[in-house]
Design a protein around this ligand. Structure first.
Ligand code: AMP
Length: 553
């Protein structure tokens, strides 16, 4: 093999911010903060530039080093989308440590598990999560310090040891700092995914995978990002790196707008208009809220051109409404934590532009074509590849340089399926079709997880609680369609012979055992549940039987 003779510069995350700071120094990063009310009562607006962000990310790296954080250490965050979280993305990864974005919406027990499993050395938190930190801190004794992401004037009166102030840490440093250089396969970020069974699992991203993913995600058929783009990620930075937006924006020199905790229609619309946002990304639930607000008020977008939607299936009516009512292209995307996360995005090919509007719309409702770097196939139960005809459906498998190989500290062995050529494929757990043009459509999912407002609810956890009730013999929990939240859990339960329990009593039984939003919306009692030959619950049949079920409103 003859080696190429090009420079061996590792692909490092710090280079993204350096690039933006040098070539787009004045380009703005605008954030709605969680501190102090702005003029409308929501968070005040903070604005600065890539040059400012670079300096502060370097100051942060210096502060972390002073605190004893070394390469490979995990640093947790419990934070909304905002400039300090952005600085953590670059300051932590840039110095060779690992930014561990924790999803604050998880139940306390899961948070404790995740912070301890990751062995976070420090955890940085937005003021919104102060009470959460008060509960979490005593249960995570290995954390050396909890850093409130604010200035001294806004420090919360928290009774926990080792409470630190972000602005004091950063303010004490000079910012005269050179990012270290190291192997591009070094870990850069950590994100836990909560599946249907067992404990949450950690997906450990590398510098190389993050940069390659940001490149691919920038392209015209994906986020179509440039130095003329103004991009607002509604998808949280604790959900798989906000789909790469915090990385691809500096790569392209795009203006970044962070919505903080304000994800309601009004707050988003105001930011879109004030900051001239052209591109945005979020889960269907958020867009339902925004569209309803827009229609109620008869508002129009002045600059918004593209809304990427993913995380769960986008209803066709939403895609149509964005286009017909507001002139915005709604692009359907699919991915998962294990894929960094983008797998596919739906944009038509040139040859498809001439199709009839109905035919085009049919394609636009699919989850789309793979982004560069992702290989995808569907297989049957025996692992045989199925045809790409848009009709055959099977288990969706993926591979690529931004796809997970194994979980962090995995005890359970490789999750990959090895094909006849010895290549490992990651089983997505989704069931899909792929057509001759490469457009993939999810038809079902092999997992039974319930997706509510872009968040996962484990059906098994909810079943376990139901059967812990003395009057319940057996229970299945399934997701049923919900106009706002996408899906909400429904308990289908069988009572013990002679036992009595009401719907209300069973729902009350969930209180304090899971996060409030996990509590099922309804209960239906049945004589028996359908089972497979091996005695497992047959949820596919149950869903079919209850397909017309309507939740109480
Ligand atoms: P997460 O790792 O939390 O991002 O969840 C990944 C899972 O969400 C995928 O395996 C799919 O089941 C589901 N998902 C993501 N995007 C879509 C979409 N556009 N349509 C249907 N399901 C989706």
């Amino acid at each position: 093999m003859l080696r190429g003779l090009m420079m061996d510069n590792p692909l490092l995350i710090s280079s993204l911010l350096d690039h933006a700071a040098q070539n787009h120094a004045d380009t703005e990063i605008v954030s709605r903060t969680v501190e102090g009310p702005g003029k409308d009562g929501t968070g005040a607006i903070h604005r600065y530039t890539y040059a400012d962000a670079q300096k502060r990310a370097k100051q942060l790296a210096q502060a972390l080093a002073r605190l004893g954080v070394v390469a490979g250490d995990r640093v947790g965050t419990l934070a909304w989308n905002g400039y300090r979280h952005f600085e953590l993305y670059f300051g932590v990864s840039g110095m060779g440590a690992v930014v561990h974005t924790v999803n604050p919406r998880l139940f306390l027990e899961q948070l404790v598990y995740i912070v301890n499993h990751a062995e976070d050395k420090y955890v940085f938190f937005d003021l919104t999560f102060t009470q959460l930190v008060e509960k979490l801190a005593p249960l995570c004794p290995a954390v050396k310090g909890w850093v409130a992401m604010t200035d001294r004037a806004h420090m919360p009166p928290l009774k926990i040891p080792a409470l630190l102030c972000y602005e004091e840490l950063v303010g004490a440093e000079s910012g005269h700092y050179d990012w270290p250089s190291f192997d591009e396969n070094t870990a850069s970020g950590l994100c836990y995914t909560s599946g249907t069974t067992g404990n949450p699992k950690g997906v450990l991203y590398a510098h190389r995978s993050t940069i390659l993913h940001a490149y691919a995600a920038s392209l015209p058929d994906v986020f179509n990002c440039s130095a003329r783009t103004v991009i607002l990620p509604v998808v949280p930075m604790f959900h798989v790196n906000a789909w790469s937006v915090p990385y691809l924006a500096p790569l392209n020199g795009a203006k970044l707008v962070f919505p903080g905790a304000g994800m309601d229609g009004k707050s988003l619309y105001e930011l879109f208009e004030a900051e001239k946002v052209t591109t945005t990304a979020g889960v269907p639930t958020v867009w339902l809220g925004l569209l309803a607000f827009m229609k109620q008020n008869n508002f129009r977008f002045s600059t918004l051109k593209t809304a990427v939607v993913g995380g769960s299936a986008a209803p066709p009516a939403m895609i149509a409404s964005f286009r017909d009512d507001f002139g915005v292209t709604c692009q359907h995307a699919w991915g998962m934590t294990e894929m960094s996360p983008l797998g596919t995005l739906c944009t038509l090919k040139g040859t498809q532009e001439a199709l009839s509007p109905a035919k085009r719309f049919e394609i636009e409702c699919k989850q789309g074509r793979v982004i560069y770097g992702v290989k995808m196939k569907i297989v049957d139960g025996e692992g045989r590849e199925l045809p790409r005809d848009g009709k055959a459906f099977g288990d969706l498998l993926v591979r690529g340089p931004c796809v997970l190989r194994e979980y962090f500290k995995d005890e359970g062995g490789s999750p990959l399926r090895v094909d006849e050529k010895g290549n490992g494929w990651f089983p997505t757990g989704d069931v899909a079709t792929i057509d001759a043009d490469g457009f993939m459509q999810i038809t079902d999912r092999s997992k039974d997880v319930i997706k509510s407002g872009g968040e996962w609810i484990s059906s098994i956890d909810l079943e376990n609680i139901a059967v812990a009730h003395p009057a319940i013999a057996e229970a299945a929990v399934i997701g049923v369609p919900h106009p706002k939240w996408d899906e909400r859990p429904l308990v289908v339960a069988v009572k013990r012979p002679g036992a009595a329990v009401t719907r209300e009593e069973l729902l009350e039984f969930y209180e304090g055992k899971v996060a409030k939003w996990w509590i099922p919306d309804d209960v239906t009692f049945v004589e028996q549940l359908p089972h497979t030959a091996t005695g497992k619950l047959l949820k596919t049949q149950l869903r079919q039987e209850l397909k017309d079920y309507r939740l109480p409103t």
